[in-house]
Design a protein around this ligand. Structure first.
Ligand SMILES: [Zn+2]
Ligand SMILES: [Zn+2]
Length: 773
């Protein structure tokens, strides 16, 4: 009799199955409808084919889902049948559709070489090499062929081969990139898997949908250039982007959303509305706020500052740089140095040796890491002679070592300890010791260490706690050039940061207060649709600081709190900050896209690293706990998201220009100027368009600039002491007395009212035809 395996189903019950059975058998035993709806299965956290035998699935011990604590089932393996409803299924579908696309392309274009073809957040791509290159005009043909493949609904069949045979098979298939991939990253595996669909065979880890008929709807989107293995020194390929869904309705909704997103792109609107700019002379990824954008940001900052005052926060200011020593204590340096601007040393040899030390300490690297570091060295202009030409890891280290000796000699640094060391790790160690004695500074990657120094500046008693220190603090991270994007991925950004220093008893109330604050702020801006993610540490990773006990404590507390608050949440392993677990608010904007915004983090570790104390009621010293939180995250990112959320049409209270006065006749200009002054004196931000242009033209211009209100003034209005009001949302409201308009608009601002034009027509509701003359 076959050996048995115990599965734990999502409802907590268990099921014994033979190890040579398949997920499909389990689905069928549960119900025929489930089996029909099944796309794939999740076994022990791993998504697998329905027809994969359990015994062929490597079953490492299940990692706990982060203190969920149901704890039943003993050694049972978590098992779930995935249907269209599960997000994982969509990835499986999309990667399967990538095979369908590759198959169609190979039928139509002989000699196609395939590289990689993964699923992405919004679809999938396949990198291919073919001459002549594919053009977008070819898409209808390719889609036609894909439809044929889908209609035939042939199964995806998995098979394995020992690695040398797999290589031979790829050679037979004339797929040279696959061969190269096997010779590189895959040679460490004893066997490799393939998927066959009709005549099409692809080296592939899977998993796949049972048959191509499950692909409900797909569309080819675009073509871009992409380097083989993302390495710019290798061959450039064509990347075919596409997307797929289980049904046409979902695809249509996605395409509509993508079109809407394009209209709202903050990089386009930011330029058009003169909100911000990025200058290569000032530096990539560094936002220059133009007056209109700065106005929006200032208003948001004031909004938060007022709210914080009410909630017992105290403002602080801290500088943009800090001593390396400070970040060594906090753990930000050197752990995260790849993500930071290089440090500044006083010693002229400091910077060069610092980078070289970093490279030496990294040792012999795998391909991916080697590429990363080489790029980093290039960016930071660490030019090590002989490094690029070096073939092996050892040769690279030797080149760095020779370079270091050269720097030491040129700068007359004796450092016998380094010269006497005989191994690379030893050399790295000794160089680090020397560097640690040098005075150096870092652009600050986070505000916490500075706020901690303010906490430490005076003795604290339990009566002073909680201490809540708030600052719009600007921090710097060195994002890779390719990852930079408008305001949402930048190298310098200002966090709406605060740090709370609390007693253990105060944690829950303060965390709740912060959750409430985040939700209040988001709902004020019309971002009420959110989900909560609890970021926990990945026990297998070494990027976290602090003791097991601290982490367990913090994770238990944070999970208790989200449960007590009654929020729906998903725990996510590996999403914690390096010092503690966190709660992230993932917000859905008005066209259904998700953005990670506010964060609240619980930290037992930095207080320990910095030896923070307070005197308790018992007259003894105790250690406070820290809460880090930022409701917006960063001003840059948040404003970028708001631009897209509002399609550039900010609500009245946030609009950089709230009112535009538009004259119909030159004779009314004096009256119009007087009206302008009246509104300005009441604190409104406005301008007057008194040019002798046609009124229709002036109105359209104000509409394009998304000004919420226009006050149109001609001789008639002058005679009656009124203004004709044009509302961005409701259109023409007719003539009204000035006092009434003032009162209405003041109320709209005070209430921070959100009045948006419905989706799809934002800013285009009215063409101003009424004023055409
Ligand atoms: Zn594949
Ligand atoms: Zn912090």
């Amino acid at each position: 009799m076959a050996k048995m395996l115990t599965l734990r189903l999502p409802d907590g019950s268990t099921k014994e199955v033979p190890v040579d059975s398949r997920p499909r058998d389990v689905a069928e035993s549960i119900g025929r409808r489930l089996a029909q709806a099944a796309i794939a299965a999740k076994v022990n956290g791993q998504v697998v084919d329905l027809d994969r035998e359990f015994l062929s699935i490597p079953l490492t011990p299940p990692s706990p889902p982060g203190g969920e604590g149901e704890g039943t089932g003993g050694d049972a393996v978590p098992f779930q049948v995935l249907t269209e409803k599960d997000r994982d299924s969509l990835d499986v579908l999309r990667h399967s559709c990538a095979h369908v696309m590759a198959r169609a392309v190979m039928r139509l274009f002989p000699g196609v070489q395939l590289a990689f073809g993964p699923a992405t957040e919004n679809g999938f791509y396949y990198d291919i090499d073919v001459t002549p290159p594919i053009k977008e005009e070819d898409f209808p043909r390719i889609e036609e062929e894909m439809r044929r493949v889908v209609k035939e609904a042939e199964p995806f069949e998995r098979f394995e081969r020992p690695t040398n045979e797999a290589r031979a098979l790829c050679e037979d298939l004339r797929q040279s990139y696959k061969v190269e991939h096997i010779d590189g990253d895959l040679k460490q595996f004893p066997t490799l898997s393939f998927y066959r669909q009709g005549e099409f065979i692809d080296l592939c880890r899977g998993p796949h949908i049972p048959h191509a008929g499950k692909v409900g709807a797909f569309k080819l989107m675009s073509i871009a250039g992409a380097y083989w293995k993302n390495d710019s020194s290798r061959k450039q390929l064509q990347r075919l982007y596409a997307t797929a869904f289980f049904n046409q309705k979902d695809l249509d909704a996605y395409l509509k959303q993508a079109e809407e997103a394009k209209k709202r792109d903050h990089r386009v609107l930011g330029k058009q509305l003169r909100l911000f700019t990025i200058s290569q002379s000032a530096g990539s990824g560094l936002i220059l706020w133009m007056p209109r954008g700065a106005t929006v940001r200032g208003l948001l900052e004031t909004f938060i500052k007022e709210e914080l005052l009410k909630r017992g926060y105290e403002p602080v200011y801290t500088p943009h740089i800090g001593r390396l020593e400070l970040y060594r204590t906090s753990g930000h340096f050197p752990y995260y140095r790849d993500a930071q601007y290089p440090p500044m040393y006083f010693h002229p040899a400091g910077s060069a040796l610092d980078l070289a030390q970093h490279r030496l300490a990294a040792g012999v690297l795998d391909d991916a890491k080697q590429q990363d570091l080489a790029r980093y060295m290039e960016l930071t202009r660490l030019d090590v002679p002989g490094y690029k030409e070096a073939k092996t890891g050892e040769q690279r280290l030797e080149a760095v070592h020779r370079y270091i000796l050269g720097v030491l000699d040129a700068m007359s640094v004796e450092l016998p300890a380094y010269r006497e060391a005989s191994t690379y790790p030893e050399r790295a160690q000794r160089l680090l010791a020397w560097l640690s004695e040098q005075e150096g500074y870092l652009l600050k990657p986070m505000n916490c260490p500075h706020h901690i120094q303010i906490y430490k500046a005076e003795p604290r008693s339990y009566r002073d706690l909680p201490v809540r220190l708030a600052e719009f603090g600007t921090v710097y991270r060195y994002e890779q050039t390719g990852e930079l994007s408008g305001m949402t991925r930048v190298r310098g950004f200002t966090q709406d940061d605060a740090h709370l220093f609390v007693t253990p008893e105060q944690i829950e109330a303060e965390m709740r207060g912060n959750i409430e604050l985040v939700l209040f702020i988001l709902s004020t801006l019309g971002l009420q649709d959110y989900r909560v993610r609890v970021g926990l540490r990945d026990p297998k990773s070494n990027k976290y600081v602090g003791s097991e006990e601290n982490w367990n404590n913090a994770e238990r507390t944070i999970l208790d709190i989200v449960k007590n608050v009654g929020m729906n949440y998903t725990p996510e392993v590996g999403e914690a900050a390096f010092y503690g677990p966190k709660i992230d608010f993932v917000v859905r904007d008005c066209i259904g896209r998700e953005w990670q915004l506010g964060t609240v983090q619980l930290d037992y570790n930095l207080p320990e690293r910095f030896q923070l104390e307070y005197v308790g009621a018992d007259n003894r010293t105790h250690r406070p706990v820290m809460i880090h939180r930022a409701p917006f995250g960063s001003m840059e990112r948040f404003v970028g998201i708001l631009i897209e959320h509002f399609a550039g049409a900010f609500p009245l209270w946030l609009a950089p220009e709230q009112i535009r006065i538009v004259t119909i006749s030159e004779k009314a200009v004096d009256y119009a100027r007087a009206v302008e002054k009246t509104f300005r004196d009441k604190g409104f931000r406005l301008s007057g368009d008194y040019r002798a242009e046609k009124i229709g033209h002036k109105v359209r211009e104000a509409q394009l600039e998304k000004v919420p209100y226009m006050l149109v003034i001609g001789e008639k209005e002058q005679a009656a002491g009124t203004v004709a009001v044009r509302d961005r949302v409701d259109g023409d409201l007719g003539a009204k007395p000035i006092a009434k308009v003032l009162e209405d608009l003041q109320r709209e601002v005070a209430e921070k009212r959100l009045r948006q034009i419905s989706i799809g027509t934002a800013g285009l509701a009215d063409t101003g035809a009424k004023y055409q003359d």
